[in-house]
Every structure is written in C-alpha cells, then in structure tokens.
Design a protein around this ligand. Structure first.
Ligand SMILES: C[S@@+](CC[C@H](N)C(=O)[O-])C[C@H]1O[C@@H](n2cnc3c(N)ncnc32)[C@H](O)[C@@H]1O
Length: 593
C-alpha cells in the first residue's frame, strides 16, 4: 500500500530537510513530499532552540546520495535534524567560571539541556603543570608549554626550559631512576569504569570534551576583537590571543549576542571585562565565536513529530506505559504515519521503552485483552510492571492490564485493613488481589481467563504472597455462589468486582446467598465495590439504577465515585455498598417461579 506524507510550509524548511534524506530510495510503502519553507514562519520563531532555526552542517549536504544509501533502511534521516547555531562565548579561566556564571546568568544562553558553561578540546592543562603557570611566566615558556600540551614531539625545534626539562624527566623516571611503564598498571589491574573513562579522555587529548550525544560546542575562531576590546577598555588595553594558558571554560552567551561586537554587548558583560583588566591592563577573558550543534537526540519527541507530520494533524504526545512497552492509541489520521511515530517514540524514550504498540481494535472479547500491533522495537509483549511496590508479570497479548487504574487501585487498597478478607471476583493477573494480600488477612482471587490465572499464580509467588492468596479459575457468578456457600463466607469482608462492562449484572449472584443458614447466626455482610461505565447525563443515577435492578432492591445505600473519563461523555464509576441483608436472605425460589 503506497501512501503519501506531505509536509506543509509550517514544517521544516526545504534546505534543512531534503526529501531524499528523509526517506529511502524506493520510498515504499511511504513517500514524502516537501514544500518550501516560507519566511513568514521564520519571523514567528521564538527565542530558544528550534528546528526552524539554525543551519544544517555543510558536510551533510555534500553527498546526499551516499547518505541516502546509508539510511536506506530507516524511515527518516536523523542527521536532517542536526542544527548549527552561531554563538558568542566568553572564554574565562576555569576557576572563575562558576562565579561568573551566576553573575551573568541573565545574559547566558540558558537553553534547556545545554550547560551554559561549555568545554572544548584542549581547554584543560595537566594539573602538574599548573604551578608553572603564573603571571610571571614568559611568552617563550608558554610556547614550550603549549607545545607539550598540544602533544608536539620533542625535538621539534624548541629547547625546553630547565624547569620543563626537569618536569619531563620526573615524568619519565621513577624515584630510583628507572623508566616508568605507564601502561603496566593498566594491564595488570582490572578496569575501574569511572576512573578509566576519565583517564581515556585525558589521554586522548580531551577528545570527548565539548561533545555529548545531544550537543557539541566548537570554537570557530578567536574573536579578533582586540580592536573591539581596545575600544571598550581603553588604549591601555594590551590584549593578546589566548591570554590565559591555564584551564579555561566557555560561558555561552545569550543567542541574541551572537553577531554583536564587544561594544554592543550589555553593560553587565562589559563591566566584567573591564573589571578583569582593571589591575593588570591585560584581560584574561576573551570573546570567541563558537558553533553549537544540536543533534537528533537533543530534540524532544513532540518537536520531531511536529516537523515530520503534516500540518493540522495533532501530534500524539501521550502514551500509556506498561513495563517496557509504550502503548499508543493512534487516531485514524495518524495511521499512515504509524511507523514513523513509533520510531520517534522509541528513540525518545529509550532505554525504558523497548517496544511500541498500537491498539488495533476496541476491546470486545470476554477476557478484555487488546488487539495490539507492534510498530517498533522488540516484539515481546511479556513485560514486568511495578505497581504499589509489587512486581507483576504481564503478557499484553493474552491478559488484561491497565496502568491508568493504578491510582484507583491504590485508593481502594487504602480502605483495607489487616482484619479484612478480600474476594476479588475479576482479578486479572492480580494487581488488586496481590497488593491487598500484603495488607489483609486473606484473599480469594478469581478470573475466567486461564492465562490470566497462570500469571496470577506466578505473580503471587513472585511477590512471596502465595500463602495468603487462594486462586480460582471460574465464571464470576459461579465463583460468588461457590465461595459464599462455603465455610469461608462468613469471614469475607470486602468484595471487588472490576469488570466495568458487566460487573453490575453479576450482582444477582448475591441474592439468597445466606438463605440456607439460620438467621440467628452472627453474620458479616461484606462491603461490595463494583465498577461500571455510564454514558448517561447523570452517570451516578444511571449506574445506581443498574445496581438496584440487578439486586432486585427498591433502595440500596450506595457510595458512588467517578473514577475517570474513559472516552468523551463516558464515565467509569465505582459504587461501594454493604450487601443488604434483604438481598443475602432473599427467597430466590419464589423469584424463580
Ligand atoms: C477489567 S479486567 C480487571 C482485572 C484486574 N482487576 C485489574 O484491575 O487489572 C476484568 C477481568 O475479568 C475477567 N473476566 C471477564 N469475564 C469474566 C467472568 N465471566 N468471570 C470471571 N472473570 C471474568 C477478564 O479475564 C479480566 O481479567
């Protein structure tokens, strides 16, 4: 089936999202067409990072065909979401950067997930060399030092100063004069993760600094701004490039200052620069031009989807999570883009999410299981959910689970005490029954679905509560009749009936459950919690009527709660009431006649 995906003008500009990069050469089953980016959209762009701003790195547009081949098995090209932003930064000594960061906060970049203090390669100096750096250090020393810092080989022309020569010897020989084998310790000792990462970074000449998976900061050029600074700081300013040879950091300035000259910067920054030159007439702070590159991993799920989906389509932003599974409920209009949406959901929620599924059909079957289609990630629908501190194994393909009911289940559990005996008529894999077992004296849990019962038993053991729970696999009506005609009947204090479509109609099973017993016995009438849906104008009244009819009672004293709106105009309700004595002792034989 071939479908067309259109991106309208509001989306990504043509220059930034070439269609060739978005989709494979043979664009089946999906093709994509792009429209030009209009300037009106550009003027509406807000402050802060945006896919509509910045430029695409030039290397990307060099060989689109090759990239297309590399990306042929993907639905879209992640690199097309790379954006480069020109910025100005203040290079400052590392020791001053945090004080300056809080002082200049209002003038810094302040973009989400981007640190205002940035690091770039070679911004650090070996700590052992630090004492050598000082205000008295001569320019020639710095040349030699930089030569060492930047890893040039010995004998490259410059003679080392006596201090550096001694330092070099100290590094190469140990106290006894034997040469040090720097790698020996590494070979003989098992790796310690954290330390080694740092060591590697250092030994690779700070290669990794400035780059994360989401962003990269690079210095483009040193600001040839001595003229600027002279103008700003007076004629006596005698700045030179890289005035500070100790460790430095970049303070990324507000994006609005990117193209400004030094004298156009706000007063707060000028003051800092002036103060710095105050005593020494020599600034250690420098203005540098830099590039901030934001990668696909930087952008949020809704930003990526908004760029990919046609205008007018609501960007799906919410999904239900069941263990490692993200459960989408896509609308009709999303279906042509379902794989695309699923890939973004997966990418943006890894590693917690490993599988993305969509509900194909409304729940119709007795076991309330969902018809699911796996759209991305691994195909396993067996997962583990943690709720109320308990762990539940669930197979979404064969049993019912709804994470949205967690709060309601918790509310119900809060009403139970250690004196209670609970009877869960429609228990599923046991989220109520097992959590209740932790609180109450005893639990009787039942479900019609044999696979749900299997998981229920497994979950009892998994949570070490198997001794407090007795499991049944029968129809709910038969279960109620069986358990209340047994010797357990009198101990049961709470009954839970969570099958909102039909549970109310099972209430007739309570009629006459104590008829065979002498009335002078000491009876406990259990509290029944029954769930139901209602689309009526007055859902409470409507549900109450259903209960009354099922119990064949004129009056039932019910406490009614709205649980949640499951669809527009459709409420899920919970009715709690003590089983009326008249129902428990009802003469069913007379009714049958
Ligand atoms: C809405 S689920 C509730 C499960 C569980 N209480 C929960 O909160 O996850 C309803 C459960 O009732 C079970 N069920 C459906 N019809 C049933 C019947 N006639 N008798 C017993 N259980 C039934 C289904 O298999 C399903 O597990």
């Amino acid at each position: 089936m071939a479908m067309k995906l259109f991106l309208r003008p509001h989306s990504i500009p043509l220059i930034t999202l070439p269609p060739k990069l978005l989709f494979p050469k043979n664009p089946k089953p999906l093709t994509i067409s792009l429209f030009c980016f209009n300037t009106q959209a550009q003027t509406q762009i807000h402050y802060g990072p945006s896919l509509h701003k910045g430029t695409k790195p030039s290397s990307q547009s060099q060989n689109p065909q090759q990239q297309q081949e590399e990306q042929s098995d993907l639905m879209f090209d992640e690199q097309s979401f790379t954006r480069v932003f020109d910025l100005t930064a203040l290079r400052v000594p590392a020791k001053d950067c945090f004080a300056l960061e809080s002082r200049l906060r209002g003038h810094l970049l302040n973009w989400p997930r981007i640190r205002n203090v940035a690091r770039v390669p070679n911004d650090d100096v070996d700590p052992s060399l630090l004492p050598l750096l000082g205000s008295t250090i001569q320019q020639e020393d710095l040349v030699s030092l930089e030569r060492r810092i930047h890893g040039k080989a010995e004998g490259d022309g410059d003679v080392l100063s006596p201090v550096l020569y001694r330092d070099k010897l100290a590094r190469e020989f140990n106290a006894r004069g034997f040469i040090k084998f720097r790698n020996l310790a590494k070979i003989s000792r098992p790796k310690r993760k954290k330390k080694n990462v740092k060591e590697e970074e250092r030994s690779e000449g700070n290669k990794g600094i400035g780059k994360s998976e989401i962003a990269l900061v690079e210095v483009v050029e040193e600001e040839e701004g001595e003229g600027d600074l002279k103008g700003l700081l007076g004629d006596e300013f005698k700045g030179t490039r890289r005035k500070w040879s100790g460790p430095t950091r970049l303070l990324l300035l507000d994006e609005r200052y990117a193209a400004r000259k030094a004298e156009e910067l706000p007063e707060a920054i000028k003051v800092v620069l002036k103060e710095d030159t105050g005593q020494s007439t020599r600034s250690t702070f420098e203005l540098v031009r830099c590039k901030l590159t934001l990668f696909y991993d930087y952008w949020q799920m809704d930003e990526i989807l908004e760029a990919l989906l046609p205008k007018g389509i609501i960007v799906p932003s919410a999904f239900e999570t069941v263990g490692h599974i993200a459960h989408l409920n896509l609308r009709e209009e999303h279906l042509p883009y379902k794989n695309l949406i699923a890939k973004v959901v997966l990418d943006k929620n890894k590693p917690k999410i490993q599988t993305v599924v969509n509900k194909i059909d409304a729940i119709h079957n007795d076991y309330r299981t969902m018809q699911l289609e796996v759209l991305a990630g691994n195909h396993s629908l067996v997962t583990t959910v943690v709720e109320n501190g308990m762990r539940f194994h669930v197979d979404l393909a064969t049993v019912y689970w709804n994470s949205r009911l967690a709060t309601e289940r918790q509310r119900l559990l809060n009403g139970f005490t250690y004196r209670d005996v609970v009877c869960d008529v429609f228990s599923g894999v046991g989220p109520i029954a097992i959590s209740a077992a932790k609180i109450v004296k005893r639990v009787y849990a039942n479900d019609l679905n044999p696979i749900a019962v299997e998981y229920l038993e497994r979950n009892c053991v998994f949570n070490k509560l198997e001794k407090k729970i007795k499991v049944f696999n029968m129809d709910g009506r038969r279960f109620i009749q069986a358990i209340f005609s047994s010797d357990k009947a009198n101990s049961i204090t709470q009954v839970v009936m969570n099958l909102p479509n039909d549970a109310a109609e099972y209430l007739d099973a309570f009629r006459g459950i104590y008829t065979d017993r002498p009335k002078n016995e000491d009876f406990t009438f259990p509290m029944i919690h029954v769930y139901g849906f209602s689309k009526a104008q007055d859902p409470e009244f409507d549900f109450h009527e259903r209960l009354r009819i099922a119990l064949s009672e004129v009056e039932v004293n019910v406490e009614m709660r709205r649980v949640r709106l499951v669809a527009p105009g459709k409420w899920m309700l919970c009715a709690s009431f003590v089983l009326p004595e008249s129902v428990a002792f009802a003469d069913t034989t007379r009714l049958d006649m």
